[in-house]
Design a binder for this molecule. Structure first.
Ligand code: ASP
Length: 354
């Protein structure tokens, strides 16, 4: 009997202990979950659809609504990816695809025309976790240039491909190729013809920098995102500047000028007069100010766009998000198509200066 009792208490002790250990394990994984969740509070996304002389009096109510609807569709696309645990890179790419497929923006479908009546597309993407990047310039038949920039980043040992070589690479990667006619839109073609006409009345050298002409040249799309794992990414896609010549390449495919992302600082996409953004290394300058001077995203973007870019004579803007989810949409033009959305689902959409 004594032995039986002893055996019974032993079984009891062992099973109680197992149950305790199981409970401890459960508690541990619960607390791990909480820490994981704590680090996911600040995901967010921000986009632009180009900056320039965008004035309310020049835009009809229905066109304004069309821009707002498309910006909303794009930002919600990326936000949903992030909310479901997708990566910042995926969110950037898919969000940009929505704007690339719309004739409203100077990117892919709505790209501006070169002086020769062609559409030459530039794009870039950067991963803030690895500092890996991909970019393409001067492609004429790739439906979604940002997807080609992504393939360059993921599946080549290069960063920047251009022209025919980039198009061959797109085919090898199985990307959607379209007839260049796909990029034709009447208003962009007419804008280029107007610019060409005005240019004829001036000397070649000054025409490109004519303040009257330059405002018809702008419009680009870009996106910057922070995902639930704290990774940042940015991307930019454009047709460049209307009436461009000599296979001119702007800032959009230049890492550090048009696009930059670094988990230590921020993800940034630029839009505006590309020559100035290249000379000012604008996107990297913002990141460098944050990294080396320890200033906030807000201070860095204000200093670079309102002071440094302006002093050079450049016009345009940026959208950016930092590693804490703070967002900046800074521009020195009359307007910039823009939108942002945070982890609480709060969305803001803007076109003109407040
Ligand atoms: N930055 C682009 C370029 O210079 C144009 C734009 O953003 O509107 O090619």
């Amino acid at each position: 009997m004594k032995n039986l009792l002893l055996l019974f208490s032993l079984i009891c002790f062992v099973s109680c202990n197992d149950a305790n250990q199981e409970k401890q394990k459960q508690n541990k994984s619960e607390s791990e979950k909480t820490t994981e969740n704590d680090s996911v509070q600040n995901f967010g996304i921000v986009i632009h659809g180009g900056a320039g002389t965008i004035l309310k009096e020049n835009i009809s109510d229905s066109l304004e609504q069309a821009y707002k609807d498309k910006l909303e569709e794009a930002i919600k696309t990326g936000h949903e990816i992030l909310a479901n645990g997708g990566t910042a890179i995926e969110a950037v790419q898919k969000t940009i695809n929505v704007m690339e497929d719309s004739p409203l923006f100077n990117s892919a479908k709505g790209a501006v025309f070169t002086n020769e009546g062609k559409n030459e597309l530039d794009a870039s993407i950067m991963d803030g976790k690895t500092l890996n990047a991909g970019a393409i310039a001067g492609v004429t038949n790739v439906k979604n240039p940002i997807n080609l920039a992504y393939e360059v980043m993921e599946n080549s040992e290069h960063v920047l491909l251009s022209g025919k070589g980039a198009e061959d690479f797109a085919k090898e990667q199985g990307l959607e190729i379209v007839d260049p006619e796909y990029f034709y839109t009447e208003n962009r073609f007419k804008a280029m013809e107007r610019a060409r006409e005005r240019e004829k009345q001036k000397s070649n050298k000054t025409a490109f920098y004519d303040p009257f002409i330059k405002d018809e040249k702008f419009g680009t799309v870009g996106c910057a995102a922070l995902d639930k794992n704290g990774n940042l990414a940015a991307g930019t896609s454009t047709g460049g500047m209307s009436n461009k010549k000599y296979n001119r390449i702007g800032d959009a495919p230049i890492i550090g000028a048009g696009t930059y992302a670094n988990n230590k600082t921020a993800a940034i996409s630029s839009t505006g007069w590309g020559e100035y953004f290249i000379r000012g290394v604008v996107a990297y300058d913002i990141s460098a100010m944050m990294e080396y001077k320890g200033v906030s995203l807000k201070e860095a973007t204000h200093e670079v766009i309102q002071n440094k870019l302006g002093e050079l004579g450049g016009t345009g803007g940026i959208i950016a998000i930092d590693h804490d989810g703070n967002v900046s949409m800074e521009f020195n033009t009359a307007g910039m198509y823009r939108a942002s959305m945070n982890s609480n689902g709060e969305m803001s959409i803007g076109i003109y200066k407040e």
